[in-house]
Design a protein around this ligand. Sequence first.
Ligand code: SAM
Length: 274
Amino acid sequence: MTILEKCLYIVATPIGNLNDITFRAVEILKLVDIILCEDTRNSSHLLSHFQINNKKLMSYHKFNEKSRVENIKRLILEENKKIALVSDAGTPCISDPGRVLVNSLSQEGIKIVPVPGACAFVTFLSAIYKQDEAFVFLGFLPRTFEAQKKFLLKNSFNDIVFYESASRLIKTLNNIERIFGEDTFVSIGRELTKIYEEIKTDSIKNIIDFYQNNILKGEIVVVIYKNNSNNFALDLKLLSKIEQLKNKGFSKKDIVTILVTLYEFNKNEIYNKI
Ligand code: SAM
């Protein structure tokens, strides 16, 4: 593999499971001269796991992202250094430092080379119910109720995705209940790709009840299903029952018979869902 000169590599790293790193990411991290990292100690662990040793690491985080730009530009253009940017987890520039650098370098005509990989909200969306093809990702929400309300109501998408910390989740869910109503459904993706991965989809009321009575820690992605109709709850119930029966080894025909007989679901709808 050859590595390009006078460019910046934006390298995604895992969001939990280290096996999710790509072959290309490892090769590039091995070949560059300097790796810009949010937290050098954190990235050292990742690099040593992949036997990438003796690499020059330079801190690049939200508190120095502006002041570092000129120096990085000089290293690339004048010293011909090959440089990659990583963040603590996932894709740099996605709710992580990097935007200022990418904007500034690309304006100077420096090539930005994306090396794709894990991203928490994309990982989550790949595995859950979605009302539409289109959605909106909001990063982290502002903290206060009024600011959250303004931010959440600003868009017209039905599926709204955002990041939240475990310590703020209940408060934010209570705010969402006030804004969109108690019949709103949400989906919570916690500790994705890790040992205690958990995905929960339910009415906001049930989700709040659940997390008030169970330990809530770890990293979290939230999806709000705005404007969900009554059919939505039914849809989810049906899907979960189909899944349970499939896992028990029932045939398509048996699943339909069971669900029509016991739960009075519509026969054609069940066939469609299966
Ligand atoms: N750049 C990262 C990405 O590509 O997803 C996001 C960085 S942001 C600072 C960190 C937030 O992403 C966490 O607070 C959490 O909301 C979400 N996140 C990161 N890893 C996660 C995981 N394994 N499961 C669920 N959410 C995760």
